[in-house]
Ligand binder design. Structure first.
Ligand code: M6R
Length: 371
């Protein structure tokens, strides 16, 4: 049921404070005075040691699920110290890429039934890797076929566009990173800070949802555009990809997510005074680099929409000639969860303004069970 909402996609976007709470329930353990204490992932407890001994972790998925793993990859590398590689399931199969017994292969899938991801699972199993599932569907083929796993507990998604599963997937993978790193004293402070912000995440998502009206106004300005570019980097490279995927998938507007560090290797040629560009520049270790990207895009007369941390509008747009999306700050590895929410709202409102079917975009199925 849609309740007070007009479309399921809209409802699921607004449900994210609750879906994230459900994803973390019983897993984020609080100690005295509500201080962060640890992470409990029941489905992995007998396998964490093996994962810690892996030579490599591979994340394997498609579409939005792939993007979620990409968003969380840096913190897995940071806290586990294990090299992480990313695989789009179909590409891994096309290449028959090497997988070894010493690898841990993590399959990320909302439905747990995606044909390519499922076939990649069979392939990884036959090569002897430890296979871990991260799915939202209890009893799904991927949940049954993996050696161990974590359920998202995000509740069902009805529209074709994945929204709340995306944010829950990132939260689960961040919790996995915390669990993998919890034998290290040197990262204790960092882990505590992440756990504290995980605890506060649902209320921060509630805050960022208040941008709905602002995103609707922005969508009204962009609705007749042909194309949208989205520049992100570091933790928010995945946010750029996921924003572009959402926009093209539901609003049928061409959109491209670009890793900002690659701008001068091609994409810069597209920039002129006509094409709208979103620059994701929230505070993290890449902020100065993103500031310089913004300046270079501005020098080419780019029509900029800058996503920045609350209070940074003046710094990120001194001439006040760009549009601003200000979002609350959280630990860098959780920022992609906050940053994607207004961009999901943008995709939603663009679609309504453009008159397309929000919950059933043309040519797409919720679960891709054929290859
Ligand atoms: O069920 P899965 O997560 O395995 O599905 C993978 C993709 O088909 C899916 O994420 C798709 O990209 C989204 N529905 C897009 O919103």
């Amino acid at each position: 049921r849609k309740g007070n909402f007009e479309h399921f996609m809209q409802k699921k976007i607004h449900e994210q404070p609750d879906s994230l709470t459900m994803t973390m329930r019983g897993r984020l353990i609080r100690g005295r005075e509500q201080k962060a204490k640890g992470i409990l992932l029941g489905g992995l407890k007998d396998h964490l040691k093996t994962i810690r001994r892996s030579r490599r972790i591979l994340f394997i998925g498609c579409g939005t699920s792939y993007n979620a793993a990409l968003a969380a990859r840096p913190v897995v590398e940071e806290l586990s110290g294990i090299p992480v590689t990313m695989e789009i399931a179909s590409d891994l199969l096309d290449r028959q890429g090497p997988i070894y017994r010493e690898d841990t292969a993590i399959f990320v899938s909302q439905s747990g039934e995606t044909a390519d991801t499922l076939q990649a699972l069979e392939y990884a199993k036959s090569n002897g890797a430890l296979c871990v599932g991260i799915t939202n569907t209890v009893g799904s083929a991927i949940a049954r076929g993996t050696h161990c796993g974590i359920h998202l507990n995000a509740g069902c998604e009805i529209g074709v566009a994945s929204t709340k599963a995306y944010t829950s997937q990132i939260a689960v993978i961040v919790m996995l990173a915390l669990a993998l790193g919890d034998d290290s004293l040197s990262t204790q402070q960092r882990r505590n800070a992440i756990m504290d912000d995980l605890y506060n995440l649902p209320s921060k998502v509630r805050d960022v949802l208040k941008l709905d009206k602002h995103m609707k106004e922005l969508a009204a300005l962009l609705m007749d555009e042909q194309s949208l570019l989205v520049f992100g980097r570091g933790y928010n490279y995945a946010t750029a990809l996921e924003c572009a995927l959402k926009v093209k998938q539901v609003s049928l507007m061409h959109a491209e997510g670009i890793v900002a560090g690659d701008m001068k290797h091609g994409p810069l040629a597209l920039v002129d005074e006509t094409i709208p560009i979103i620059v994701i520049a929230t505070r993290d270790a890449c902020l100065n680099k993103q500031q310089s990207v913004r300046q270079q895009l501005k020098a080419r007369k780019g029509r900029l929409i800058v996503m920045c941390t609350e209070g940074d509008a003046e710094f990120m747009c001194p001439d006040r000639r760009c549009r601003i999306i200000e979002v609350p700050k959280v630990q860098d590895c959780l920022q992609p969860i906050i940053n994607i929410v207004p961009l999901q709202l943008l995709a939603y409102h663009l679609t309504v303004f453009r008159g397309f079917n929000v919950d059933q975009p043309r040519n797409l199925a919720k679960s891709v069970t054929t290859q």
